[in-house]
Design a protein around this ligand. Structure first.
Ligand code: AMP
Ligand code: GLY
Length: 430
């Protein structure tokens, strides 16, 4: 089987690394990919949102399956584009149709879906451009902190949490009236603040049955102790110590099952990953958001913990017989620490040489923002540069190995958080 992976981050390198191990794979392509994926398959310089060029390439190369990494092409309808075109009808797309991708593409749609299907989430109201005055009145009825969310995709930046009522009003005005996040903030969801600890849970589904992937904890802030600006993610840990069997059962009963059944009863065809962004409030799981793809940097600790053949699972999704596929998880703990460029998540430099990669033999290195130049030198090419993933018999052991190897990798201004997992030590039973 010939497979094309769309995307260029650590998530896509992790997919490529895993799919490459499948006996079912004959040829692997990644568009556009990075220096890490170049070592596993053919990088193809096509933008993930250029469907016409992707179509041409898929037909030329007789590709059988397209695995979609990021959300933007899914929300733009890449899955529909393929299934509506007779010449592409035999090409499987791992990723939901546009109508279901709205679970990530519109916060208002996701909130309505959760309300309709009794899935626990924060109380909310949605306001459009014409409703600014009502939105401001609504804020006045709430207690701080105030949570404002742009309805549409905003590259992870569309959520504003403020302790100050005046600031919240100013932000709401900027979002609705001044298009602070462009069309994405033509509507704003204002919701109840939830106080708790977050985790990410993933399923793979063919729209009928599902497999629950290992859960993970992501570290979003740039600074140690969860301080400073939000980033795409500074690392991840799997499993999550507080997600014990009883808690995972609650998640399955109250969140996963009603989501899958809700998709079926609403006629939303789904094929691919569902990412549940959850928060534990007291002992109860509550949904913060849905994403219609795998997480990044969660993929860099979760995918290596899947023992079964991921391509076989994807084939099960395409053939709608996922239920029959075996699914095994590695018991060991995995940790992924992300090395980023100086200045990230604000402006940062690209094009610096990365050295020491070949000296790391006992961890996996997933490239996120890298490229290879004409002299075969690997250069930084993004804010998040690479993830170092290690296994261990405990979270601490896995992290210690990642940190040991992080010291060996050098590029100008290289930064990583040194406190991953510290917040979880209190949950670990000795
Ligand atoms: P989202 O883009 O929906 O993932 O939101 C970004 C981040 O904002 C989440 O990961 C949470 O840390 C935080 N957040 C979102 N909604 C809430 C909420 N209702 N209460 C508390 N924190 C929230
Ligand atoms: N790590 C969070 C995300 O992928 O959106």
């Amino acid at each position: 089987m010939k497979v094309l992976i769309l995307g260029s981050g650590g998530r896509e390198h992790a997919f490529a690394w895993k799919i490459k191990q499948s006996p079912k794979l004959t040829k692997l392509f990644i568009a556009p990919g990075n220096a890490g994926t170049a070592a596993l398959g053919t990088n193809v310089p096509i933008d993930v949102n250029d469907f016409d060029s992707l179509k041409k390439y898929v037909l030329e190369q007789q590709i059988n399956m397209v695995v979609v990494g990021p959300e933007v092409p899914l929300v733009a309808g890449i899955s529909d584009y393929f299934s509506n075109d007779p010449s592409l009808k035999n090409v499987a797309v791992i990723g939901p149709k546009k109508s279901a991708a709205l679970l990530e593409g519109s916060k208002d749609f996701a909130k309505n879906f959760m309300l309709k299907h009794n899935i626990p989430t924060a109380a909310y109201q949605t306001f459009g451009r014409a409703d600014l005055a009502q939105g401001i009145k609504f804020l006045e009825t709430l207690k701080p902190p105030y949570v404002l969310k742009a309805d549409g995709l905003a590259a992870g930046k569309g959520v504003i949490i403020s302790n100050n009522l005046d600031e919240a009003k100013t932000e709401l005005t900027a979002m609705l009236n001044d298009a602070k996040f462009g069309e994405a903030s033509a509507q704003v969801v204002i919701e109840e603040f939830l106080d708790g600890i977050e985790l990410s849970v993933f399923v793979l589904t063919d729209g009928k049955s599902y497999k629950i992937l290992p859960e993970a904890k992501d570290y979003k802030r740039i600074g140690e102790g969860d301080t400073g600006l939000n980033t795409g993610g500074m690392g991840s840990i799997s499993p999550v110590p507080f997600a014990d069997d009883a808690f995972m059962r609650k998640i399955e009963e109250r969140i996963i099952n009603p989501t899958i059944n809700g998709l079926i009863s609403d006629g939303l065809k789904y094929a691919g990953f569902i990412f549940f962004g959850l928060i534990k409030v007291n002992e109860e799981p509550v949904v913060i958001e849905y994403n219609v793809r795998m997480g990044d940097p969660e993929a860099e600790s979760v995918i290596p913990r899947i023992k079964s053949d991921l391509l076989e699972l994807f084939i099960g999704i395409a053939d709608e017989n996922l239920e029959e596929k075996t699914f095994e998880i590695e018991e060991k703990h995995a940790s992924a620490i992300m090395q980023v460029a100086a200045g990230y998540p604000e402006s940062y430099q690209k094009g610096d040489e990365i050295t020491g990669l070949e000296t790391v033999t006992d961890s996996l290195i997933f490239h996120a923002g890298t490229r290879i130049d004409d002299n075969n030198i690997i250069l930084t090419n993004g804010g998040r540069v690479l993830a170092i993933t290690s296994f261990g018999n405990s979270m601490e052991e896995a992290l210690a190995l990642s940190y040991k190897n992080a010291e060996k990798i050098k590029f100008k201004g290289n930064y990583y958080r040194k406190d991953l997992g510290k917040d979880l030590l209190k949950f670990i039973k000795k």
